[in-house]
Design a protein around this ligand. Structure first.
Ligand SMILES: NC(=O)c1ccc[n+]([C@@H]2O[C@H](COP(=O)([O-])OP(=O)(O)OC[C@H]3O[C@@H](n4cnc5c(N)ncnc54)[C@H](OP(=O)(O)O)[C@@H]3O)[C@@H](O)[C@H]2O)c1
Length: 332
């Protein structure tokens, strides 16, 4: 901990903070909810302790952007990832910039031991470790390049991280939040949850479908309570995700991708609106809308075309698919 949890402070004011602090519209499904519920804001001067957010995968990409935005908004933080040193550096920076208390929790969430340690932090707050008001299950990975070529232990590790850790941590955080009468959980899924794609995306999409479905079902269970849960389904986001996971070939065009800061801004705004599923960006929304209705043969056709294009760019002498030579179709 770089400073004691539960301390009082005047939160810095920024344009975005104004957005986050503006009273959200009352959720018609939860008319009893206070406008600022379930994420209590820190009050200037004396008042309740600052809210605490636990962010997994906080050392890079979307998780680091969540940590930075929440710190700017006055949240104390618990940062989780495998790389202790990067988390410590982030903690020092955020404490210096925003005066928030930051706790570092190094854990490999692809292991039962790592999941247990973080679950324990969520379920058993102590006098020094304040209860977590906002859990962001963000850490995730994809496997590459192809299902049949990928070591089963790699597939299982991705399943543990993308699915089991989300399940464990959500389960660990909920009872305390319900008992305290407020709290929120944000599960980072993906637009891939709405698509059926081959290769490394096959297991990744299936993992994220589980996260989205589980989140929606728990949201129904929480109806009438002051605890909220939301699935965030971003489209392509400019992070090092594909480099980290060796899925470089899955990278989308720049015009289709957003910055992690932009995604985080939209996600927190949707959380305050009481949404259960957040899909930032019009193009991403359209993909999520069309994806489940896409007939498999159409996707298979697109996959064949993409593979042929990739093979051609690797070998420019390779013939184009569908072109006729001597009355015979070739190149398929
Ligand atoms: N980038 C995209 O295009 C995109 C699109 C849609 C959804 N998403 C989702 O957004 C989330 C964040 O992705 P990102 O793009 O920010 O990825 P990223 O840049 O690769 O960051 C991943 C984060 O997760 C942590 N992490 C990885 N494996 C871990 C493990 N076993 N235990 C604990 N922490 C672990 C990493 O830190 P350490 O390596 O130090 O552990 C890092 O902090 C993921 O759930 C991803 O599926 C990403």
């Amino acid at each position: 901990m770089t400073s004691p949890a539960g301390r009082h402070r005047d939160p810095p004011t920024t344009r975005t903070e104004k957005t986050l602090k503006s009273p959200r519209r009352t959720d018609p499904r939860r008319p009893d909810a206070a406008p600022d519920d379930p994420l209590p804001r820190p009050r200037p001067g004396t008042g309740p302790p600052a809210p605490v957010a636990l962010v997994t995968g906080a050392s890079a990409g979307i998780g680091a952007a969540f940590a930075a935005r929440l710190a700017a908004n006055g949240h104390d933080l618990v940062l989780v990832a495998r790389s202790d040193q990067r988390l410590r550096d982030t903690a020092t920076t955020l404490t210096r910039q925003h005066g928030v208390a930051v706790e570092v929790l190094g854990a490999d969430l692809a292991t039962a031991e790592g999941q247990r340690r973080v679950a324990h932090r969520l379920a058993e707050p102590t006098r020094v470790q304040a209860p977590v008001d906002l859990l962001i299950n963000n850490a995730g990975s994809a496997s590459a390049p192809d299902f049949a070529d990928t070591d089963p232990t790699v597939l299982r590790a991705a399943l543990e991280l993308n699915v089991a850790a989300v399940l464990e941590l959500t389960r660990a955080a909920l009872p305390g939040m319900l008992a305290r009468g407020h709290g929120a959980i944000l599960n980072v899924s993906s637009v891939n949850a709405f698509l059926t794609l081959p290769g490394g995306a096959a297991t990744y999409g299936a993992n994220k479908t589980y996260v989205t479905a589980l989140t929606k079902a728990i949201a129904l269970t929480l109806t009438g309570s002051r605890v909220q849960i939301m699935a965030l389904c971003p489209g392509p986001t400019r992070t090092d995700f594909h480099t980290h996971n060796g899925t470089r070939e899955g990278v989308s065009p720049a015009w289709l991708s957003h910055s992690p800061e932009w995604v985080v801004e939209r996600a927190l705004a949707d959380l305050h609106r009481g949404r259960t599923v957040s899909i930032p960006g019009l193009t991403t929304k359209l993909i999520a809308l069309a994806g489940p209705h896409m007939p498999l043969p159409v996707t298979a056709f697109a996959v064949r075309r993409t593979r042929a294009r990739r093979a051609r760019s690797a070998d420019p002498m390779r013939p184009r698919p569908g072109r006729c030579r001597g009355g015979r179709r070739w190149g398929r």
